[in-house]
Design a protein around this ligand. Structure first.
Ligand SMILES: [Zn+2]
Length: 77
């Protein structure tokens, strides 16, 4: 079996982390750095995703559904 694992910087904190590109939480970022629909999806690390969900909970917003496998290797097809 072959697995893939992506290494990249977290858009929020800049830390390098590895993730499953199909499951990692991400935000859409425009070329000017604005977070908006239609932007390129940029990954968010586990720590920042947890912090974002705490903040969203305080604001009464729906939480991101973060898969247990979002930060694990995925099998290549
Ligand atoms: Zn982060």
């Amino acid at each position: 079996m072959t697995y893939i694992y992506v290494l990249g910087p977290c858009y929020s904190c800049g830390a390098l982390f590895s993730f499953n590109p199909h499951l990692v939480p991400s935000v859409p970022v425009l070329e000017d750095g604005t977070i908006a629909r239609g932007g390129t999806r940029e990954p968010i690390c586990r720590t920042c995703a947890t912090l974002a969900n705490r903040h969203r909970a305080r604001l009464g917003l729906p939480l991101w559904n973060v898969s247990d496998e979002a930060y694990e290797p995925t099998e290549a097809l």
